[in-house]
Design a binder for this molecule. Structure first.
Ligand code: ADP
Ligand code: MG
Length: 235
């Protein structure tokens, strides 16, 4: 980590609360959460199942909105933005990686990386092709581009999902339990890949996890329990 890149918060959550349901079925998934994440950080978000990790990641990525509090992502206040503007910010700055990979089953690995680049609209087809090939290769899948998700192992599918996120050259990668559906060894190789992306490109990583290995490799650990932040190694 270079200390000078730590100055800019890329994410600022101020008193963020989010509840689901009403009255007796009301669940307070997040309670007055405050969090700043700085450029280049590798942050592991830890907490038991149901503690609010996914809710927090969805809110900081502009996928979901809080009931109260403010969310600033790359110096833009998300609260007042329309879905179209949020989508533009997400596609420009952010790669989201899901526990269940979320690949498109009818497309092969190459096209799963290639088509979102085209849909983004900012780059030519030839550059999109080059990038898709480059990032598939960077996750060790140069020879697997023709395979559909169903013909790939879980770890390989997660690599495709990571290549898809990286191909947009995002400044921030948000990953929701990216090793949650993988066996130990495969999970470790995915963790090494993420560590490498953070070190090599300075990409900011915010990753929710149950993995002790991932927690050990992260530079900062934040813990959440019942919707409240209970620990922050940076505080
Ligand atoms: P985690 O990712 O840590 O497992 P979540 O953010 O998914 O936690 O969930 C936090 C709490 O909010 C849990 O009690 C969960 O049941 C509840 N919750 C999450 N999503 C919804 C939803 N769409 N509707 C109702 N309750 C939800
Ligand atoms: Mg979750």
């Amino acid at each position: 980590m270079h200390s000078k890149v730590k100055m800019l918060p890329v994410i600022m959550l101020n008193d963020v609360s989010r509840s689901y349901g009403v009255k007796e079925s009301k669940v307070e998934a997040l309670k007055n959460v405050n969090l700043e994440v700085f450029s280049g950080e590798f942050l592991a978000l830890c907490g038991p199942s149901g503690s609010g990790k996914s809710t927090l990641l969805n809110i900081l990525a502009g996928i979901d909105k809080p009931n109260s509090g403010t969310v600033i992502l790359f110096r833009k206040l998300l609260n007042q933005l329309q879905e179209k503007e949020l989508a533009a910010i997400r596609s420009h700055y952010l790669g989201f990686i899901f526990q269940s990979f979320n690949l498109i089953p009818v497309l092969n690995a190459f096209d799963n990386v290639y088509y979102p680049l085209i849909l983004n609209g900012h780059i030519s087809k030839s550059e999109a092709k080059e990038r898709a090939a480059h990032y598939l290769s960077s996750v060790g899948l140069a020879d697997m581009g023709y395979r559909k998700p169903g013909q790939l192992s879980g770890g390989q599918q997660q690599r495709v999902a990571i290549a898809r996120a990286l191909a947009h050259k995002p400044q921030l990668i948000v990953a929701d339990e990216p090793t949650g559906n993988l066996d130990q060894v495969t999970g470790e190789s995915i963790i090494e890949l993420l560590v490498d992306i953070n070190r090599r490109n300075g990409t900011t990583l915010v990753i929710s996890t149950h993995s002790l290995q991932l927690k050990a490799r992260a530079q900062r650990v934040v813990e959440i329990c019942d919707g409240e932040m209970t620990y922050d190694s940076a505080q």
